[in-house]
Ligand binder design. Structure first.
Ligand code: DGP
Length: 214
C-alpha cells in the first residue's frame, strides 16, 4: 500500500422503508451489534432535525409551518448535503455509518405527491455518497396497520404511505444501487440477525472499493 490513505474505509449502510417498518429500532440494534464485534460505527438519521435546515423541516413535519412542496424537497436534500463533509471524513477514517433514511426516502416521499415525477425528485441528491448497501424493510400496509395508528405528523396517512411504497418499488429496480429487501414482518431478533449479516459482509467488501456517488 502507498499514499496517505492506507487505512480501510468504513461502509455507508442505509436502512429504508415505509413508516412503521422498524428502521430506527433496527438501526440502533445494528450499531450496538457492530460495536460489540469491534467495528468503529456511528448512527445517523435523516432528516437530521438538529441543524438550522433540519429545524425548518421539523416544523414542517409537525405542521407548525407550511412550505411549498418543491422547497421542502430541496430542504430535505440540503439537509443531506450539509452532512456530506463529515460523512466522508468519518468513512475515510474507517468509521462505518448506519443511516436511518437517505435520498431514497427523499425521492419516494416527494414523488408520492401530485405533480412530481420520480426523475425530478432524484436530481438534487445526484452526487451524494452512494451507500454500499441499502436495506429496504418490507412491510405491507396491512401489517403496518397491525403495529398501531400512525402519529400526527405530516405524511403519516395510510393512502399516502401506500403511494410511497409504490415509489420505493420503482426505486428498487435501479440496479446501480445495492438493494437488499428484508422481510420486516419477522420478529425484531430475526430481522436484526439478517441485517447484521448483510452489514458485516458489506463492511468487508466495501473497504476494497472506492466510495461511489449517487
Ligand atoms: P422520521 O424522522 O424517520 O420519522 O422521518 C420523518 C418523515 O419525513 C417521514 O414521514 C419520512 C419523511 N421524509 C424523510 N426524508 C424525506 C425526504 O427527503 N423528503 C420528503 N419529502 N420526506 C422525507
Amino acid at each position: 500500500q502507498s499514499g496517505v490513505m492506507a487505512g480501510k474505509r468504513g461502509a455507508l449502510i442505509v436502512l429504508e422503508g415505509v413508516d412503521k417498518a422498524g428502521k430506527t429500532t433496527q438501526c440502533n440494534k445494528l450499531v450496538q451489534a457492530l460495536q460489540q464485534s469491534g467495528q468503529s460505527v456511528e448512527m445517523m438519521r435523516f432528516p437530521d432535525r438538529t441543524t438550522i435546515i433540519g429545524q425548518l423541516i421539523s416544523a414542517y413535519l409537525e405542521k407548525k409551518s407550511d412550505l411549498e412542496d418543491h422547497v421542502v424537497h430541496l430542504l430535505f436534500s440540503a439537509n443531506r448535503w450539509e452532512m456530506v463533509p463529515s460523512m466522508k471524513k468519518k468513512l475515510e477514517q474507517g468509521t462505518t455509518l448506519v443511516v436511518d433514511r437517505y435520498a431514497f426516502s427523499g425521492a419516494a416521499f416527494t414523488s408520492a405527491k401530485p405533480g412530481f415525477c420520480l426523475d425530478w425528485c432524484k436530481k438534487p441528491d445526484v452526487g451524494l455518497p452512494k451507500p454500499d448497501l441499502v436495506m429496504f424493510l418490507q412491510l405491507s400496509p396491512a401489517q403496518a396497520a397491525l403495529r398501531g395508528q400512525f402519529g400526527e405528523e405530516r405524511y403519516e396517512i395510510d393512502d399516502f404511505q401506500r403511494t410511497v411504497q409504490q415509489k420505493f418499488d420503482q426505486l428498487m429496480k435501479d440496479p446501480s444501487v445495492n438493494w437488499q429487501e428484508i422481510d420486516a414482518s419477522q420478529s425484531i431478533e430475526d430481522v436484526h440477525r439478517e441485517i447484521t449479516t448483510h452489514s458485516l459482509n458489506t463492511i468487508n467488501t466495501a473497504q476494497n472499493l472506492p466510495l461511489g456517488e449517487l
